[in-house]
Design a protein around this ligand. Structure first.
Ligand code: SF4
Ligand code: SF4
Length: 366
């Protein structure tokens, strides 16, 4: 299998409405991707409020032969579902996707807390039953916690076949994310890795000036994003690297270097982990949007953080950022509207203290 996967979590939308996906643009994107022999698609029950799975059905399933693609989707445990709740979500995913089997089915975003719930609620057994019944081909989980927790899960659940990990050159040695240590644990347990967030929510596509210069000196034709994706794809136990593509240009760029993929040399990989020090990301939000759907104040949390991060990286952009923020809050809640309900905190795989961070943003951007 080619090592690039199409992440369906940041699809182009009409009028900024995350549930109103621009299907005509997505069709162009997936057609190009498939025409180059790439096959792997990744979605989830919760992406785009459920409409990512629907978009996949409309753009891929209805228009391409079933054996020309594979699809992954994920069972969320965020709302602590019982067995009936899990069955309901699985059946909804099948219906939205319009398929009669799912190639890869993951428990979504396990960490030490949700793992305990997954065990007691029978979620792992439910995956086993689905596999035995032929409704899913492979089972595994996506993961957001430290290497020790991953080791515990893989030791206790040895029949899980794959792990989806947050892995990129910025988080490679990060003490919180522990990309390298988690990768090593998965490899020790002989579980192939699917990589998510290889570009860290887009931040490695727009690196600080100094880091960009290093990358351009190494290869003036290569995009900054390409270095990040190739870093992850170079690792031998990585099966596929997901890129959450949002427009046709990104698909063109990604397929151009992943079509005939050349792994990085050791010194190129080292160059990337060395420049990680240049990145000062004030708020390490990956723009996954898990927090936004349930916010009662309709705050576009990842966009507020992205604007704030721009200011923190380059103080000269403060005026521009304030204008952008003023525009954003015409149609969304302001950072100061946060009522501290913490719905978002529980949903955030990066464990960000969102209400506190929003208060910081409000101070700088208002
Ligand atoms: S804590 Fe604030 S930002 Fe988070 S969901 Fe509640 S109102 Fe929205
Ligand atoms: S704040 Fe957390 S949940 Fe929300 S988009 Fe950022 S990383 Fe995702």
């Amino acid at each position: 299998m080619k090592k690039l996967g199409f992440g369906l979590m940041r699809l182009p939308c009409i009028s900024g409405d995350g549930k109103n996906i621009d299907l005509e643009r997505v069709k162009e994107m997936v057609d190009l991707f498939l025409s180059k022999g790439f096959t792997y698609f990744d979605t989830a029950y919760v992406y785009h409020g459920g409409f990512s799975e629907v978009a996949f059905r409309e753009c891929v399933v209805k228009r391409h032969p079933r054996d020309s693609f594979t699809v992954t989707t994920k069972l969320p445990l965020f709302s602590n579902p019982d067995r009936a709740g899990m069955e309901k979500m699985f059946n909804e995913s099948m219906e939205r996707l319009g398929v009669d089997y799912i190639d890869y089915y993951w428990l979504h975003a396990l960490n030490r807390n949700s793992y305990e719930f997954a065990k007691t609620s029978g979620a792992f057994d439910y995956l086993r039953e689905l596999k035995a019944a032929g409704k899913i081909r492979h089972m595994g989980f996506s993961f957001h916690d430290n290497a020790e927790t991953l080791d515990k899960i893989l030791t206790e659940q040895p029949d899980m076949e794959f792990v989806q990990l947050q892995l990129n050159y910025l988080d490679w040695e990060d003490q919180g994310v522990q990309s390298r240590l988690c990768y090593e644990v998965a490899t020790k347990h002989e579980k192939p890795v699917i990589v998510m967030e290889p570009i860290k929510g887009g931040s490695l596509a727009n690196p600080p000036k100094k880091a960009e210069e290093v990358l351009k000196n190494a290869d003036k034709n290569a995009s900054c994003a390409s270095w990040a994706i190739r870093f992850a794809a170079t690792l031998p136990n990585v099966m596929v690297v997901l890129s959450g593509m949002s427009n046709l240009e990104q698909v063109k760029d990604n397929v151009s270097y992943m079509d005939d993929f050349k792994p990085l040399t050791e010194s190129e990989s080292k160059m990337l982990t060395d420049i990680a020090a240049e990145f000062k990301v004030a708020i390490p939000c990956t723009a996954c949007r898990y927090c936004t759907d349930g916010c009662p104040m309709n705050i576009n949390i990842p966009e507020v953080f992205a604007i704030y991060n721009t200011v923190k990286r380059d103080i000269h952009k403060k005026g521009e950022a304030r204008e952008k923020y003023a525009e954003l809050i015409k149609t969304n809640g302001a950072a100061t509207d946060c009522i501290g309900c913490e719905q978002c905190v529980n949903a955030c795989p990066q464990h960000l203290e969102i209400p506190k961070l929003l208060a910081e943003c409000a101070g700088d951007l208002a």
